[in-house]
Ligand binder design. Structure first.
Ligand code: PHE
Length: 357
């Protein structure tokens, strides 16, 4: 029996020695946890040794008990101090790895903006909304009858050549101008119910053009149409003067030059006094003091009649503004193709639309 006790004591001493060595060598609290399980867990080495208790005599039992307690005291003490040291080390490592350098610059969100053509269109819309116009949209794929015939351009009329386009079929085409919306709107208009007709219609138009700095096979227009009793050329001139001043600056004047459109009679080209030189002459106005901005005229009686409006009772004016063109003038853009190339270096110059030239 003495031998067995001695043997147990030796075993526990060795166990303690190897446990303490392992604890000292441990490099993480996770390893410590494992050591605790290995020695004092349910199937741990010390637990195994303790099982000898039941074979001992009553005198011997307390002796083994003391040895086991001794093991636990030593083991727990060394374990606790090692654990504390490792925890501190691990916290340091964690803090170091999660460190945030508050001096680094933040990440900027990319903020887009509306296209300059859209901004210009909206500026024009707002201007005419303010004068009591309604905004109407029309189809980009249009019938020959609306695009040409109801605009007083019968089949084989030579003036059709000015606006050659892309045909879908002999009767269906990509509209060459926003003027067909005039006919579409007049047909539906009821003067008794709706009062005078005042509308603008912005949108895309298409022409079979070779693209260059001032031409594109696709561009934007805004049509304007006013029809009521006793509308005269003076109304047209007054309206377009308002537009020129609001859009290009309060000092602007306009002048009308005779022109030809099949759907207006008389027809005019409208020039705005040069906003760069004020009329003295410069490279923008090609030394004339005036810049051509749009076509306009009094609605041709045939056009009124074809849209079901009595030309004896009603008269009207119409105008067509090139949105790309006025945007180019206003913002000194030298090539219409910039609008369609989606180059952010170009587009981002117009954030907020404040870049007046
Ligand atoms: N539709 C014409 C064009 O595209 C412009 C215009 C519109 C002229 C209205 C007069 C009246 O050239």
């Amino acid at each position: 029996m003495v031998d067995q006790m001695q043997e147990l004591q030796d075993q526990i001493t060795k166990l303690l020695e190897s446990a303490l060595n392992q604890i000292q060598a441990a490099e993480s609290t996770q390893i410590l946890q494992q050591i605790r399980v290995d020695y004092t867990g349910k199937k741990g080495q010390l637990t195994q040794v303790s099982k000898a208790m039941k074979n001992l005599s009553n005198e011997e039992k307390p002796q083994l008990g003391q040895m086991i307690n001794y093991f636990h005291r030593e083991f727990n003490q060394v374990m606790a101090s090692k654990e504390e040291a490792l925890k501190a080390k691990e916290l340091q490592a964690q803090l170091a790895s999660e460190r945030i350098d508050i001096t680094l610059p933040g990440r900027r969100n990319f903020q887009g903006s509306r296209h300059i053509i859209t901004q210009t269109r909206e500026e024009l819309e707002n201007l005419f909304l303010g004068m009591g116009y309604q905004i109407v949209e029309g189809p980009e794929v249009e019938l020959d009858s609306y695009n040409f015939e109801k605009m007083n351009l019968p089949k084989n009329h030579p003036a059709r050549d000015m606006q050659d386009t892309f045909y879908i079929s002999s009767e269906v085409l990509m509209r060459t101008h926003t003027s067909p919306v005039q006919a579409r709107t007049m047909e539906k208009h009821d003067f008794e119910k709706d009062g005078p007709l005042k509308m603008v219609s912005p949108g895309k138009v298409f022409r079979r053009d070779n693209d260059d700095a001032t031409h594109s096979h696709q561009f934007h227009q805004m049509e304007g149409l006013v029809v009521a009793e006793k509308i005269t050329l003076a109304d047209l001139k007054g309206t377009l003067t308002q537009f020129a001043k609001a859009f290009f600056g309060q000092e602007r004047e306009i002048r009308l030059r005779p022109s030809f459109f099949s759907f207006t009679e008389p027809s005019v080209e409208v020039d705005v006094s040069c906003f760069k030189c004020g009329g003295k002459g410069c490279n923008i106005c090609k030394d004339t003091g005036w810049i051509e901005v749009l076509g306009a005229g009094m609605v041709h009686p045939n056009v009124l009649a074809m849209s079901g409006i009595d030309p004896e009772k009603y008269s009207g004016f119409a105008f067509g503004v090139g949105i790309d063109r006025v945007a180019m003038l206003k913002y000194s853009i030298d090539d219409i193709r910039h609008f369609y190339q989606n180059d952010l270096r170009f587009l981002s110059q117009f954030k907020g639309g404040q870049n007046r030239c």
